[in-house]
Write a protein of this length. Structure first.
Length: 607
DNA sequence: TGTGATAGCTCG
DNA sequence: GTACGAGCTATCACAC
C-alpha cells in the first residue's frame, strides 16, 4: 500500500531541473490503475522492465517501472519470489495496466528488449515506440558507449545504482527485495526520461528526423525478425559433424606424421615452433608474440612442406566445426521448433550497419564449397521457401551517385558489368576480360581507402605495379579522385562525415598521430559508403515490414546488403518480385539500384 | 576457476 | 607501418 507521503507525492508539480526524485512502489492494483488513468493523454512515459534474464525470449517479467515527470518514478512488482515477499500485482492486473500505460508516448533505453519481454509475457497487440535513448545517444555519437550507466555519468554526472549491488551473485532480479528493487528500477525509468529530454536538446533536427522516421520504426522491424528466428535442421548438422570429425581426425594424424611431431594444432605457438624451428621452414612474418602462422604465411610455404596443405585444410574444417556446426547443432536441440534467434545489435557499429550475435548469423560461411554446406542447414519450414534478395554493388553505386563521375554513371545507367567496364577504361578492349579481377580489386579498394601495399598483396603483384594501377585509375576517373579527396578534406575541416540520410561519425584528427590520422581518413571515406548502404536497406526493411501480410511471408535475416525471407511456397515468386520493386525504388539516386533474387528450400541453394 | 589479450578465421 | 565494418573460438598468461 502507498504511504501518505507517497500519495501526496502523486500530486507534486514537475520541476524544471530535478536533481533527485522519489521512487514509489505501486503494489496495489487499484492505485496502479488510478495513477495510469490520471496520466495526460499525450504524456511522455519512460518505461523499463525488470526480468529474470538478459535473453528476452527466456526472460520472465519480474516487474516494470515508469516515469512521467522528473520528480518521481514508479515501480510495479509482479513476480518477485522470495520468502516473505510483500504485496505484488497479479499478471492479469499487470496486463491491464500495461495495455493502458503503453498507449502513451513510450520512451525507453533499448526498447527492443523491453517490448520483447512484454510481448512474450503478455499477449499484447503492437506497441508503438515514441523514442529510444540508446539510439538517440548512438546517433549523437556512434562510437561512444550507449549504456544507461555511462550516459547518466556523462550527461548528468550521476552514478546509477549498480545491478551487481542489487542482485546477489548467481541470483536474478526476482529475489531482489521489493524496496531495493523499487529504488533500482525507478531510477532507470527516471534517468531514461531525463536522458530523453537532454538528447532531444542536443541532437540536430536532421538526426531527430532520422531517428523518428527510420531508426525508431526499425526497432520494431528487428523485433519481428528476432522473434521469428530461422529454422535449422538438426539432423543435417549431426551428419555434417560426424563427417568433419572423421576428416579432422584423419588430417591431424597425417600432419603429425608428416611433421614428425605430436602437438596441439590449435596452438599457433606450438605450430610455429614445429614449422619454423623443428622443420626449419623460413619464417616470413612475425606477430607480437612470435611467428605468424596465418593463412597468407602458410600459403607462401605450400611448396616447401607437404604438411602445409593439410594444415590449411585442418584449419578450415576445425573452424567450421567449432564455430558453426557444433553451436548450431546445440541450438537446434534446445530451441522450440528448431528455430534459432539471433540478436541484432541496432547500435553495434560506428557506420550505421547492424551487427548480429548469439549466434552471429551474418558470418555464416559461403566462400568455400564446404562452408556453403553449413548454409544448407538453414531451412524453410514445411510449406515455405527461403527467398533471398540482394542489393548488387550497392556501395559502388553510391560512389557513382555521390561522385557524379560520368563514366561510372554511364556504366550503371546502361546496366553494364561495372568491373569489366572499369577494366575496359583502364586497360583497353583487348585486356578488359583478363584484367577484370584487377579492376574489381581496385573498385573495392576505393571504398576502403586502399594503398598500393594492400592492393599488391591482394593481387600478388609488386607494390610498384599496384601504384601504377592506382595512378592509372585516378587518371582515367579524375572525378572519383576529386570526390574521395573532398570527403577527406571535409572530414579534416569539420571533424566528421555524413551518410546519405545524415548519420554522422566523428574523427579526432587534432589528437591523432600519423598512423591514426591516416586511419581516420580511410574510415571517413569508407563510412560514407558503408553507412549510406546501411541507410538504404533500413528504409527498405521498414517499408517491407509494414506491408507484410500475416503468415504469408516473414523477414528473417539481414546480412548488410541482403535480406532473407521465409515465404509460403505458392507466394514466393510473386513476393520476391514485389520486394525487389520496393528495394529498387526505395530512394531516387543518379544511378539505378539493382536487386537480385534467389529462391530455395534452404540457404545453401540461394546463390 | 575466471579474465583479458592475442591470433586467427568467418561474413559483407 | 596504412584496405573498411563486425563476432566467435581457442590458447595462453596471469590473478584469485
Amino acid at each position: 500500500m502507498l504511504s501518505k507521503v507517497k500519495s501526496e507525492a502523486l500530486h507534486v508539480k514537475p520541476k524544471v531541473e530535478a536533481t533527485s526524485f522519489q521512487s514509489i512502489l505501486l503494489d496495489d492494483a487499484k492505485i496502479l490503475m488510478n495513477v495510469i488513468d490520471g496520466l495526460e493523454e499525450d504524456a511522455i512515459v519512460a518505461f523499463d522492465t525488470e526480468t529474470t534474464s538478459l535473453d528476452a525470449y527466456n526472460a520472465k517479467i519480474v516487474g516494470f517501472s515508469f516515469c512521467v515527470d522528473e520528480d518521481m518514478a514508479y515501480y510495479v512488482p509482479i513476480s518477485h519470489n522470495y520468502l516473505g515477499v510483500g504485496e505484488q500485482i497479479s499478471m492479469e492486473d499487470a496486463k491491464k495496466a500495461l495495455i493502458e500505460l503503453l498507449k502513451h508516448k513510450i520512451v525507453g533505453q533499448n526498447l527492443k528488449y523491453d517490448i520483447a519481454v512484454v510481448y512474450n509475457n503478455f499477449n499484447l497487440p503492437r506497441i508503438d515506440i515514441y523514442a529510444d535513448t540508446m539510439i538517440l545517444a548512438w546517433l549523437l555519437n556512434p562510437e561512444s558507449s550507449v549504456g544507461l550507466d555511462t550516459l547518466a555519468l556523462r550527461f548528468f554526472n550521476h552514478p546509477m545504482i549498480k545491478f551487481k549491488d542489487v542482485v546477489q551473485k548467481g541470483e536474478n532480479f526476482s529475489t531482489v527485495p521489493l524496496d531495493s528493487a523499487c529504488e533500482y528500477a525507478s531510477e532507470d525509468a527516471w534517468m531514461t526520461l531525463k536522458l530523453y529530454h537532454k538528447l532531444q536538446e542536443m541532437l540536430e533536427p536532421k538526426l531527430l528526423i532520422l531517428a523518428r522516421e527510420v531508426e525508431f520504426p526499425f526497432i520494431h522491424t528487428l523485433l519481428m525478425m528476432e522473434k521469428e528466428g530461422i529454422k535449422v535442421d538438426g539432423a543435417y548438422f549431426e551428419t555434417l559433424l560426424l563427417r568433419t570429425d572423421k576428416a579432422i581426425e584423419l588430417l591431424k594424424n597425417e600432419i603429425f606424421s608428416l611433421c614428425n611431431a605430436t602437438f596441439n594444432l590449435n596452438s599457433t605457438q606450438q605450430l610455429g615452433n614445429v614449422l619454423f624451428e623443428q622443420l626449419g621452414l623460413p619464417a616470413v612474418k612475425k606477430t607480437k608474440t612470435g611467428y605468424s602462422t596465418d593463412e597468407n604465411v602458410l600459403k607462401e610455404l605450400l611448396d616447401k612442406h607437404e604438411s602445409i596443405s593439410k594444415i590449411l585444410e585442418y584449419r578450415e574444417l576445425y573452424k567450421l566445426k567449432s564455430t558453426y556446426i557444433e553451436p548450431l547443432l546445440k541450438l537446434s536441440k534446445t530451441s522450440p521448433e528448431s528455430r534459432v534467434h539471433t540478436s541484432f545489435m541496432h547500435t553495434g557499429t560506428a557506420t550505421g550497419r547492424l551487427s548480429s550475435k548469439e549466434p552471429n548469423l551474418q558470418n555464416i560461411p559461403v566462400k568455400t564449397e564446404l562452408g556453403r554446406e553449413v548454409r544448407g542447414g538453414f531451412v524453410a519450414k514445411d510449406g515455405c521457401l527461403l527467398v533471398g534478395v540482394d542489393y548488387s554493388q550497392i556501395e559502388l553505386r553510391l560512389l557513382a551517385h555521390f561522385s557524379g563521375d560520368e563514366a561510372m554513371l554511364e556504366a550503371f545507367n546502361t546496366h553494364k558489368d561495372i568491373h569489366r567496364q572499369t577494366a575496359l577504361r583502364l586497360f583497353g578492349e583487348a585486356e578488359a576480360d583478363a584484367k577484370r579481377g584487377v579492376a574489381k580489386s581496385i573498385n573495392f579498394g576505393l571504398l576502403y581507402g586502399m594503398g598500393p601495399k594492400k592492393l599488391s598483396d591482394t593481387l600478388g603483384i609488386t607494390t610498384k605495379e599496384a601504384k601504377s594501377y592506382i595512378d592509372g585509375y585516378f587518371a582515367t576517373f579524375p572525378t572519383v579522385r576529386k570526390y574521395l579527396t573532398s570527403i577527406e578534406e571535409r572530414a579534416k575541416e569539420v571533424g566528421f562525415v555524413e551518410t546519405l540520410l545524415g548519420r554522422k561519425r566523428y574523427f579526432d584528427f587534432e589528437n591523432a598521430n600519423g598512423m591514426q590520422y591516416a586511419g581516420y581518413l580511410r574510415e571517413a571515406v569508407n563510412t560514407v559508403f558503408q553507412g549510406s548502404a546501411a541507410d538504404l536497406i533500413k528504409l527498405s526493411m521498414n517499408k517491407i515490414m509494414a506491408t507484410l501480410v500475416d503468415d504469408e511471408a516473414k523477414l528473417l535475416l539481414q546480412i548488410h546488403d541482403e535480406l532473407i525471407f521465409e515465404v509460403k511456397e505458392e507466394k514466393a515468386e510473386a513476393f520476391a518480385q514485389s520486394v525487389k520493386e520496393v528495394m529498387e525504388g526505395i530512394y531516387a539516386l543518379h544511378i539505378p539500384l539493382k536487386v537480385s533474387i534467389a529462391i530455395g528450400k534452404n540457404w545453401g541453394e540461394l546463390k
